[in-house]
Design a protein around this ligand. Sequence first.
Ligand code: CO8
Length: 262
Amino acid sequence: MTYELIVTSTEGPDSRQVGIVTLNRPKQLNALNNELMDELGSALKAFDADDSIGCIILTGSEKAFAAGADIGAMANYSFADVYNNDYITRNWEQIRSIRKPVIAAVSGFALGGGCELAMMCDFIIAADNARFGQPEIKLGIIPGAGGTQRLPRAVGKAKAMDLALTGRMMDAVEAERAGLVSRVVPLDKLMDEALGAALMICSYGQPSVFAAKEAVNRAFESSLSDGVMFERRLFHALFATEDQKEGMDAFVNKRKPEFKNR
Ligand code: CO8
């Protein structure tokens, strides 16, 4: 399938590849409009359904991961437009239904919907020029794609309130210190770092990768005791996989495991 506003590619050995989606509206700093979000949803679903893909990276340009929802497109929307037709917000939660890990490799601006999109990914690796923020308050609105919910879960109430109410940006160092991003690397190392992480994930057995993602996500949807029980059931279930036998046998016999994803 050909896309206009994103570019897709793959990296890695034939057996297990990394699917890469690059947002590509450079003149608008990757501002997110309905068409781009439709293409992003299609590309993510296609990679998710492709057995040769083990992990996905979502990235933008050096200057901008995404500078938010497209303000020009939103400017004249009425309540009826956005509510009745689900303009702007349609498709935004699709990324949550992707079962394979999605890594956000963020350089430059990740603002508003761009920050929310990065937070919908499983983890964020940031370049040292990355800047995160929820500046919607400056436009007379508030975050609409989970920013007020995911940001406090990531960085705590104080910093989330600070960012949502002042609209200020935080740099990569502050974002890492606050727990929003997992690693910060020099800009020219961003894709190498993200690919290294993605290829490592690809090398593991898929049942345990899926289970780890599901279990960590459950921490944000349940009480501690429900989450621990959910984890325990997945943990028990993995003893029914060939990959558990292979992984442990390989360790015991001091050899490299060859996971079969079953
Ligand atoms: N929408 C549309 N166009 C944009 C956007 C945007 N969000 N951001 C930048 N652009 C365009 C600019 O208009 C400009 O276009 P042109 O060259 O035609 O004038 C071009 O990109 C370059 O931008 P600047 O000249 O402003 O570049 P600077 O380096 O001077 O500044 C900034 C970069 C700081 C990123 C600045 O462009 C800016 O503040 N952008 C807006 C950031 C913002 O407010 N984002 C939040 C948008 S609202 C939102 O995301 C709500 C999400 C709700 C959820 C979505 C629904 C689920």
